[in-house]
Write a protein that binds this ligand. Structure first.
Ligand code: B16
Ligand code: MG
Length: 216
C-alpha cells in the first residue's frame, strides 16, 4: 500500500537542532534577550524568519524588516559555520540503515525540511543519494503545520498523499502530515499528538507494521 516515505531532517535524520540552538543563543545574548533550551523548543520545525520573530517577541525594542533580515543572516552565518563540521557520524541512530533498507525495497524517498540548508546537511551526512526528491524550503509559502511542504514532497515523488508515510519529531510537523492526508510516524521520547505511531528513534521504524495498520 504505502509506496513512499517523506522524512523531516532536523530531529529525525540528524540533530541539527543543537546547532540551531547555539546560533540563536549567540544572537539572543547579543541582543540582551533571555534564551534557553526550553524556549528553543518553540523553534523546532519553524522557519528562520518565524523563529527570529518568536525570539524578538521577548524584546521590548522593535526592529525594522531590514534589521530583521540582517539578524537572520547573522544567525545563519553562525549556523553554517557549525554545520560545516557535520560528518556521517552525525546521523541519528538507525537513520542510515532505514534509508538504505527502504531504498533497497523499492520505496520512494523524499526530504521535507523547513531548512534552506537541508541539501548541504544531507550532502555532509553522505545520504543525499537515497532521496528521490528534496523539497526546496525557499519555494514553500506556508510553514508547518500547513501541509504544503509534505504535499509538495508527495507530488515530487509522483505519489498521491495517501500512499505516503511522513516522519517527524515536531508537533507542527505531525499536524502538517495529517493535514496532508498521510500516515504519521512520530519520532522522540515525548508523545506527539495525532501521530499514528510513536517511535523513540529510527532503529524502531517498521514499515511492514505500518503496512498492516492502514485503513482501507
Ligand atoms: P534554516 P526541519 C527546521 O528544520 C528546524 O527544525 C528549525 O529549527 C529551523 O529554524 C528551520 O529548519 C529553518 O532552518 O534557517 O536552515 O533555513 O525540522 O524542518 O528539518
Ligand atoms: Mg524536525
Amino acid at each position: 500500500y504505502f509506496k513512499g516515505v517523506i522524512f523531516d531532517l532536523d530531529g529525525v535524520i540528524t540533530d541539527t537542532a543543537e546547532y540551531h540552538y547555539q546560533a540563536w543563543k549567540r544572537l539572543a545574548e547579543k541582543l540582551g534577550i533571555p534564551f534557553d533550551r526550553k524556549f528553543n523548543e518553540k523553534l523546532k520545525g519553524v522557519s528562520r524568519m518565524e523563529s527570529l520573530n518568536i525570539i524578538l517577541s521577548r524584546s521590548n525594542k522593535s526592529y525594522t524588516q531590514e534589521e530583521k533580515e540582517r539578524l537572520a543572516e547573522e544567525k545563519n552565518a553562525d549556523y553554517k559555520e557549525l554545520i560545516a563540521k557535520i560528518t556521517p557520524d552525525d546521523l541519528l541512530p538507525g537513520a542510515g540503515e532505514v534509508l538504505e533498507s527502504l531504498k533497497k525495497h523499492g520505496y520512494k524517498l523524499a526530504l521535507a525540511s523547513a531548512s534552506k540548508n537541508a541539501s548541504f546537511v544531507i550532502k555532509k551526512l553522505k545520504v543525499e543519494h537515497y532521496f528521490d526528491y528534496i523539497v526546496d524550503a525557499a519555494t514553500i509559502k506556508n510553514s508547518k503545520p500547513h501541509p504544503e511542504i509534505f504535499l509538495t514532497a508527495a507530488k515530487g515523488l509522483g505519489l498521491a498523499p495517501e500512499y505516503c508515510i511522513g516522519v517527524e519529531d515536531a508537533q507542527a510537523g505531525i499536524e502538517a502530515i495529517k493535514r496532508a492526508g498521510m500516515f504519521a510516524v512520530g519520532v522522540g521520547s515525548s508523545t506527539l499528538k495525532g501521530a499514528d505511531v510513536m517511535i523513540n528513534d529510527l532503529r524502531d521504524f517498521d514499515i511492514e507494521q505500518y503496512q498492516t495498520m492502514v485503513k482501507r
